[in-house]
Design a protein around this ligand. Structure first.
Ligand code: BV8
Ligand code: ZN
Length: 242
């Protein structure tokens, strides 16, 4: 289907939609200069994210894992939300029943002003004490390596969901409520390779939502969705508001 008629179809459904849920991935932040995970720029010192973003890696070498997160914090600290993040804030204001689910940990959606939001993989600007469990914001750039808890001196870790770790149960409840009740589900800028987020498209479709994908490249979701539009999020998402 021609992309502008596919985009037109999404716009028509957006006008009629009673409840809209959106899922975003690293692709929406690519236009802000934040490297994606599986693109050419997704490596750090020849390590893949899967090798560093795990409790085992942190257990084995917390300094290396903190060096990676510090590198990403320093990079993300210089980035701002782009037109796609901002358009989603506008959408949230226009549609009464709206929910945004992001896999991104870069904090650009809350920075843009999104409120009805689940950061299901956590947030790179939050730390959690491995001893007392206290979660707090930390914007130190650079962050002292190794950082310790101000309350109990325990070792701090990024408040991020690593591979092999379960998502926060309240986030999962909010996601399933948003997926169950939406009549339009937009999937923006994700390769659809990480679970459980990668299954959200079929959860929405099974309950009868119209599912649309906006992505630079085809993904495993492309065959499942009702329409897919290829392009950059910063160009496509603002189009939806016109
Ligand atoms: C879980 C935090 C239950 C890290 C992330 C074996 C053992 C244990 C678990 C598993 C296992 N096998 C499978 C699993 C499940 C596992 C999983 O899915 N693994 C994958 C690799 C197969 N999932 C988990 O472990 C999850 N937990 O299942 O709990 C459980 C518990 C115990 C045991 C079993 C099960 C936890 C997953 C969370 C992992 N944490 N992030 C960090 O960020 O530091 S995931 C990481 O990938 C990021 O969050 C990222 O957002 C996410 C997904 O990637 P994408 O966002 O899609 O980014 P990507 O680069 O891949 O794609 C970008 C897309 O954008 C591309 O398609 C590109 O074309 C497009 N694009 C680029 N530019 C643009 C664009 N689009 C538009 N505009 C542009 N300009
Ligand atoms: Zn502590």
């Amino acid at each position: 289907m021609e992309s502008n008629s596919a985009l037109q179809e999404i716009k028509d459904r957006l006008v009629k939609a009673k409840s809209v849920t959106v899922l975003t991935g690293a692709g929406i932040s690519a236009d802000s200069g934040v490297p994606t995970f599986r693109g050419a720029d997704g490596l750090w010192k020849n390590y893949r994210a899967e090798e560093l973003a795990s409790p085992e890696a942190f257990e084995r070498d917390p300094k290396l894992v903190w060096e990676w997160y510090n590198w990403r914090r320093e990079l993300i600290a210089t980035k701002s939300p782009n037109a796609a993040h901002i358009a989603l804030v506008e959408l949230e204001k226009q549609i009464d029943r709206f929910w945004l689910i992001t896999q991104n940990v870069d904090g650009l959606h809350p920075a843009a002003g999104s409120k009805k939001l689940s950061e299901i993989h956590g947030n790179i600007w939050k730390v959690r004490c491995t001893d007392c469990g206290r979660v707090e914001g930390n914007h130190d750039v650079p962050i002292a390596i190794l950082p310790h808890c101000t309350t109990c001196r325990g070792l701090l870790r990024p408040h991020i969901v690593w591979f092999g770790e379960s998502l926060d149960s309240e986030d999962l409840r909010n996601c399933h409520e948003a997926l169950r009740s939406c009549d339009l589900f937009l999937i923006i800028g994700t390769s659809g390779t990480v679970y459980p987020a990668a299954s959200f498209g079929s959860v929405a479709k099974e309950q009868g939502a119209f599912v649309a994908e906006l992505n630079l490249d085809p993904t495993p979701n492309s065959g499942l969705v009702d329409v897919t539009v290829q392009g950059r999020a910063k160009d496509l998402v603002p189009e939806l508001l016109k």
